[in-house]
Design a protein around this ligand. Structure first.
Ligand code: NAI
Ligand code: MG
Length: 356
């Protein structure tokens, strides 16, 4: 198989973790006889510095003519003082919108060798295997109006949470399709006791459920879900939810695995190839120090192999390699009990390559 991958390293630890992950992908290519080629594009702060624009048009074009996209992370204190529409995050939000990357898949699986890295009790988290399906191109992160206004002599700020029926339908359907080949349970998360958009969400979820008689549907309010994720995470299979709720719940769920540096994601499009990225940000506090955990990005490539290229065996082999290095005690600083014995980004990458 020959595939062309657009690589958008971005800011902070983004370049470190993407370059690690590509080394690993090259080994998969060699071992299974695939040819992966890469072309880099600019996004986020680095794009602002070089072009004045967090999402240059060439980057969108590059992504559109590629077979898949690998992204590191964007943002950092250097650009924090810029106005909202010029910030690095605008580059990523813009790309999600331009490519209609509406479905963000965030699997949360605990590694039995890592349960000690979590702050939660091992009996609670051992064997967790859930998938958060987050809507990515609608909701309050995109709704209009968003503005500052003067009202009654006081400054007000407005954000808007809006969803159309079709936007809800396609993401809920994605959740059901995934549940169908997993453990056949969908938890639709909303705030239907307060929000009108959530009440529409519930109605649509009920309609979609009729097409999946083998899959059970439960509705859960987001505040309860935040609590249940910590109390009994094994009760979940697929969680499907709107953009901001999914953003928050998935960071919370990352702590079931012990570190934000472990969690991969896939963002699937209605019209274009998918984008694969770790769920963490640019981690400015550790950038450039060789401390970043590359496993979230490496596991994102495993999702790319599976969801974009249909290479299930290759994906499985890669997951197994990650599992093996963790079982053998390999730990980056975010996972290590004793930081003085932690592996660097490169050392962890080498361990995965050796396991492959
Ligand atoms: P963050 O995810 O960058 O970092 C949170 C904490 O987790 C930090 O202590 C960091 O060192 C640690 N961490 C994150 N990834 C790690 C890894 N791979 N290995 C080891 N430790 C890791 O979130 P934060 O600090 O809130 O945001 C930093 C910047 O990243 C901000 O500018 C934010 O806007 C941006 N951001 C970008 C995202 C993206 O590009 N998708 C997502 C989230 C935040
Ligand atoms: Mg987030």
């Amino acid at each position: 198989m020959r595939k062309k991958i657009a690589v958008l390293p971005g800011d902070g630890i983004g370049p470190e973790v993407t370059s690690s992950a590509l080394k690993v992908l090259n080994i998969i290519g060699e071992r299974f006889g695939h040819e992966f080629t890469y072309e880099e594009g600019l996004i986020g702060g680095v794009a602002i510095d070089q072009t004045g624009n967090p999402l240059p048009e060439e980057t969108v074009e590059l992504c559109k003519k590629s077979d898949a996209i690998l992204l590191g992370a964007v943002g950092g204190p250097k650009w924090d003082q810029l106005p909202g529409h010029q910030r690095p995050e605008k580059g990523l939000l813009g790309l999600r919108k331009a490519l209609q990357l509406f479905a963000n898949l965030r699997p949360v699986t605990t590694f039995s060798s890592l349960t000690e890295a979590s702050t939660l009790k091992s009996e609670v988290i051992e064997g967790v295997d859930l998938m958060i399906v987050r809507e990515l191109t609608g909701g309050i992160y995109f709704g209009e109006p968003r503005e500052r206004i003067e009202k009654n002599g006081e400054e007000h700020a407005i954000d808007t949470l809006t969803y159309s029926k079709s936007e809800i339908e396609r993401i809920v359907r994605k959740g059901f399709e995934l549940a169908q080949v997993r453990n056949k349970k969908v938890t639709s998360v909303d705030k239907a006791n307060v929000l009108e958009s959530s009440r529409l969400w519930r109605e649509v979820a009920e309609e979609v459920a009729k097409d999946f008689p083998e899959v059970s549907l439960e509705h859960m309010l987001v505040d309860n879900c935040a609590m249940q994720l910590i109390r009994a995470p094994k009760a979940f299979d697929v969680i499907v939810t709107e953009n901001m709720f999914g953003d928050i719940l998935s960071d919370e769920a990352s702590m079931l695995t012990g570190s934000l540096g472990m969690l991969p994601s896939a963002s699937l499009s209605a019209t274009c190839c998918g984008l694969y990225e770790p769920i963490h940000g640019s981690a400015p506090d550790i950038a450039g120090k060789g401390l970043a955990n590359p496993l979230a990005t490496i596991s994102s490539l495993s999702m790319m192999l599976k969801y974009e290229f249909g290479l299930e065996q290759e994906a499985e082999v890669l997951n197994e390699a990650v599992n093996q290095v963790l079982s053998n005690g390999a730990r980056t600083a975010d996972l290590a009990k004793d930081a003085s014995h932690a592996l660097s980004t490169d050392e962890m990458t080498e361990r995965v390559i050796a396991a492959l």
